[in-house]
Write a protein that binds this ligand. Sequence first.
Ligand code: PEP
Ligand code: MN
Length: 636
Amino acid sequence: MIIVLKKHIGDIQKEAIRSFLVEKGYTVKEIVGQEETIFGAVGRSTVDAREVEMLEGVGKVIPISKPYKLASRELKKEDTIVTVGNVKIGGNRIVMMAGPCAVESREQIMSIAEAVRDAGAVILRGGAFKPRTSPYAFQGLGEEGLKYLKEAGEKFGMPITTEIVNPSDVDLMMKYIDMFQIGARNMQNFELLKAVGKTGMPVLLKRGLCATIEEWLMAAEYLMSSGTDQVVLCERGIRTYERATRNTLDVSAIPMVQKMTHLPVIGDPSHATGVRDMVSPMSLALIASGASGLIVEVHDHPEKALSDGPQSLYPSQFEKLMRDIQALSPVVGKSLERIPRLSVKTISEAKQKVVEKGELVVAFQGEKGAYSQLAIQRAFDEKTKVLPCKSFGTVFEAVMNGDAAYGVIPMENTLGGTLFENLDLLDRYPAIEVVGEQQIRIIHNLIGFPGAKKEDLKEIYTHPQGLAQCQDYLNNQMKHAKAIPFFDTAGAVAFVKESGDVTKAAIAGMTAAKVYGMEILEEGIESNSSNYTRFYIICREERSDIFRSAGQPNRASLRFTVPDRPGSLFEALLVLTKHGLNMKKLESRPIPGKPWEYSFFVETELGDDGAFKVALEELNGICHSVRVLGTYSSTL
Ligand code: PEP
Ligand code: MN
């Protein structure tokens, strides 16, 4: 059952409720949500809910109707984020795991690990204990395989996952691996589930060959009730009457499971299809259906593979797949985890070195829940402390004076174009550098009070841009309501909430709905769905390496001025061409105090090793002034 605690409950009352439940034979789990704190109580014993309801500090008691309790969305509304080494799975991330079906030799795993890491995988897979249909087939290298896998993971900076088949291997495997994998054939091996659950380690739980979704979630419940809350589900195809493919990929299980549980769910297109040519299309289908990632088999010589060669991608195919997923992820409102941008180590270094106050704070312009906050969550993580600022200038000030270690500022929108104010602020603050980039898709939602009816709405508030971008919806479906411009999208949600008036609604991003405890009445109401905003991550120059060390820079932003004579801009751009640097963006801006003179803002790729440095020297020779605003890792 779920025990919702009263808002201002004291520690003594809380402990009294906990011990009451424990005495009655329940296991109690405290879940602190954005809106409320609850106790989840599960166990074999039954207590009359009214008895619990009468305890001091209890708001209400809700029975969990599903047989899976700890795993159910009823118990925990927010997505669970699973941490595997320095990688996080769940929320709005897409995490790619790849590697061979089995570890076959040290050379083999090293070479495949390097290839998948170069392509952008963040977790390495590879079986050391292989459950094979035939006792005569290759059974895996056992502990030797684990050693090679660990070595490869460490060398290429990827946490590792591998399958466990025997409860007695738990201790041995814990020495080597970051995440256990429970294979399809063992999904209902309850002793194995209990032994693995007890470790508290992350677990990748494959769906059984013939398992219903409920049975699969009951298996997760075994893991969770034994002691781990770090469970990732994996749809890998089920056995049906169809024999043309190895299994039948149940894509619809992905959105269904997400309704039923708070645990992240990923897909395995390799075992689902058994055929290499079908792996990429099914990968995209899984991502489109909302999967939080994929686990894909990749082999550099699949024709020689000791297991599952026919379904293993060549590294070049995997690389192409990564590019496709990169393009698809913003469509589903997610971003692809590349090499972790801020590893746990980097974050703690940042905490130590950067912010004297002991916390990593990121500044943005707007109210809590703004699109910029979503960009922060994507670039850092959901728990990052944010500092809302009134203006873009205040964001720069906060970064300068150390109130925030980083700032996140919108730079460009695919419909509205460049935000010149921020380009000019970058010019005005020479001690501030661009160290990263984050793109998000702008999905506007109609947000109102929980239970509010669209037909009863009288007023809809949002930023003028939001009104313009949702014109079609407002004109066609909201004719009965008045559209009212507001200074800020998230601020509009706060304003509506404050008013307490259920006939008022706002248009904003989903973060705003969450932050203010409001409901999305209609999702995705923008007229043009190709609406993306790109943000710059900024910080003080002397701190820039901390962020940058987490990713390989491949792009630079520059600002330069040229002499007032024929061809001077052309000559400057020619330098980029000569060194093979692909220019991605060009803007001109008036120079304050020099009427009718301009400076130029350029974004360029960095080209081959050293090319940018040489080009910069040449530019310095022919331009009046050149400033590198920053180099960073761009995925666009
Ligand atoms: C595997 O991942 O190599 C594997 C054996 O998968 P499954 O358990 O899904 O068949
Ligand atoms: Mn396999």
